[in-house]
Each structure stands twice: as structure tokens, then as C-alpha cells.
Design a protein around this ligand. Structure first.
Ligand code: SAM
Length: 316
């Protein structure tokens, strides 16, 4: 288990400019005071420690990472961390159009964009904001600048966006994007989850007309997505069944929250404090030991889910 942990998801803020119902409980959450949030230089320090402990890939996430001031310089700084092989960004795309050229100049190439619908009215319904056009424009801008790979994350929600599966397939056919269908995870409230959860097997069944596709061999640091190529497609399709199939055995990631806690598992309550020791002047060796402890605490199989968590506070 411990050996394959090579990927850190680093949440740089718990703030977000959207209010996606499945991410933010009741549209509100308790925001951390600024002093509780790691400063950029602290995050860069921890990134160096993480790399010394064998982590090779860092995904910058949030909240919405692009709402934090100074994010471009921070991403440039991450690219200077010796031994770090890959820096990626996950964003909702609302601010990406404006920031994309500077992010590209800062060295960023790997983008994940969250987009659950191709319809403006539904976008407003799901996110509580009318930014659909900006997000589509951001996607085009990022593609034209040469960001690659661009992955599009679509959370499939029964009776909300599951009628759009083929529209997302068309996007992967016509554009060189990896479109990934993701199972709705039971954050926020169980009633909504039960109502809108659609298992990935059902998504695959509805898309059976595509044929079997050619599986793409996962990269060494790849997550649990199953990726396929289809004849005539410029892009690829991915299926992520976090809930209906356990990926714990293959889970290669740790999460560092904006508050400086290291979480071995998204669904578990365990969180190891890194900020406290860092601010008290712990040595890099002592901080490195906390990373090792988080690795050891990863479980082989998790069959319980911590209730009441939300991605916006943990970091998606
Ligand atoms: N704001 C950025 C974004 O939108 O990509 C980064 C953070 S967001 C929490 C990261 C990802 O988590 C998004 O793709 C979002 O759709 C996903 N997410 C949040 N809550 C989820 C849930 N309950 N089930 C599945 N995915 C979820």
C-alpha cells in the first residue's frame, strides 16, 4: 500500500465562487479564518518535503483554487520544486479564461475542468451561478493556448444531467479532451444522494452503443479512472466509479487541506496536523515522518463513509 502513494492533492483555499449543491452543504459552509489557511510559502515548503518523501505529482485544488490571489506565482513556484514531475490544476473554469495565459506562462499544462452540463439553464440550477458561457469560453481559450491534457470532469446525477451523456460523448469525439464521468459521492445530504446517484455500470449500459472501446493503459501515477479510446474520437472517455467499486487498494493519493491537515482518505475522519508542527519549526525530517504516517494509515478497503463531509472544505 505505502509504496504506490505518489500523488498529493493540495487544496489552496476553502473558498469557492460556485455553490454546487452536491459539494456545498446547504450552499453554506464554515469558512476558515485567513490565519488558519496555509500561506503559499508554507505550501511550497510542504511540497518540497512531500517530494523528498517520494511524492511526484501535485494537483492544486480547492474550494476553487483560482479565487485565491497569487495563485499564478504559487503555481510557478511549484514548478521550481526539484523532483516534482507533474503539477496539475483542477478548476471550475469561471476565472480560467482570464488567468489561462499567465498560468501557461507559469509552466502549467495539465488541466482538469469541472463541467456537469452543456446547458446554460441547468448549469445555473446545479451551480447557483450563471457562468456557463464563461466556462465554455475558458475551455476554448485553454485549448487554443495548448494546455494538454485537458480533462473534463462530469459528475453524473440521475434526473438532473443524465440525459446529457451523449452530449459529453460528442465532446470527446469532436475535441481532444478526456471526458470523465464520475459517480456522485455521498457528501452533503443522504436524501439527495439517494435520489441522484447513478452507478457507473448504468452509465456504461446507456452508452453501450459506443462499443467496448480500447482501454488506455494507466500511467504510473494515474487515479482510479478507467479510460477508453473509441474509433474516430479525437478525445477519450473515462469512467470513475468511486462508490460502486472500491479503489482503495489502488489509491495513490494523499490530500492536504487548506488548513494544513493531511488526510489519508477522502472518506475517513483521519487528518494529521502538518501546519502546527510546521509553524512550531519542526524539521523537514519530522514533517516527512507525518507524510509517512499518513501513508501507513491508508486502508486496504473502506466500506464505511464518514457522513457530513464536503469537498469544498476537504479539497476535491
Ligand atoms: N473548484 C474546483 C472544481 O470545481 O474543479 C476544484 C474543487 S472541486 C471540490 C473538485 C471536484 O470535486 C469537482 O470536479 C466536483 O465536481 C467534485 N465533487 C464535489 N463534490 C462531489 C460529490 N459529492 N461527488 C462527486 N464529485 C464531487
Amino acid at each position: 500500500m505505502a509504496n504506490n502513494v505518489n500523488y498529493l492533492r493540495l487544496s489552496i483555499t476553502d473558498r469557492c465562487n460556485l455553490r454546487c449543491f452536491y459539494c456545498i452543504p446547504g450552499g453554506k459552509w464554515e469558512k476558515l479564518p485567513a490565519t488558519e489557511i496555509l500561506r503559499y510559502e508554507e505550501m511550497l515548503h510542504l511540497a518540497r518535503v512531500a517530494v523528498a518523501q517520494g511524492l511526484r505529482k501535485i494537483r492544486v485544488t480547492g474550494g476553487e483554487p483560482l479565487v485565491r490571489r497569487g495563485v499564478v506565482d504559487f503555481i510557478h513556484g511549484l514548478h521550481q520544486v526539484p523532483g516534482l514531475q507533474e503539477v496539475c490544476l483542477t478548476t471550475n473554469g469561471v476565472l480560467l479564461g482570464d488567468l489561462a495565459p499567465a498560468l501557461y506562462a507559469a509552466g502549467l499544462r495539465h488541466l482538469n475542468l469541472s463541467l456537469d452540463t452543456m446547458k446554460r439553464a441547468r448549469y445555473r440550477e446545479l451551480t447557483g451561478s450563471d457562468n456557463f458561457q464563461e466556462v465554455r469560453a475558458s475551455l476554448e481559450k485553454a485549448a487554443s493556448l495548448g494546455f494538454s491534457p485537458i480533462k473534463i470532469n462530469c459528475v453524473v446525477l440521475k434526473d438532473l444531467n443524465d440525459g446529457e451523456l451523449w452530449d459529453f460523448v460528442r465532446l470527446a469525439r469532436e475535441r481532444p479532451f478526456q471526458v470523465r464521468f464520475i459517480e456522485f459521492m455521498p457528501a452533503v445530504d443522504r436524501g439527495k444522494w439517494t435520489r441522484h446517484f447513478l452507478p457507473m455500470a448504468e452509465v456504461r449500459r446507456r452508452l453501450a452503443g459506443l462499443g467496448p472501446g480500447e482501454p488506455v493503459a494507466p500511467a504510473a501515477d494515474a487515479g482510479p479512472a478507467r479510460i477508453f479510446r473509441f474509433p474516430g474520437f479525437l478525445g477519450e472517455l473515462g469512467f470513475i466509479s468511486t462508490i460502486s467499486e472500491h479503489h482503495c487498494h489502488a489509491c495513490n493519493r494523499l490530500r492536504l487541506t487548506a488548513a494544513g491537515y493531511l488526510r489519508p482518505c477522502l472518506f475517513g475522519a483521519e487528518a494529521l496536523d502538518l501546519k502546527g508542527p510546521l509553524r512550531r519549526g519542526a524539521t523537514d525530517a519530522a514533517l516527512g515522518e507525518i507524510f509517512q504516517e499518513a501513508r501507513r494509515r491508508k486502508v486496504a478497503v473502506r466500506d464505511d463513509f464518514l457522513p457530513g463531509w464536503s469537498m469544498v472544505s476537504i479539497g476535491g
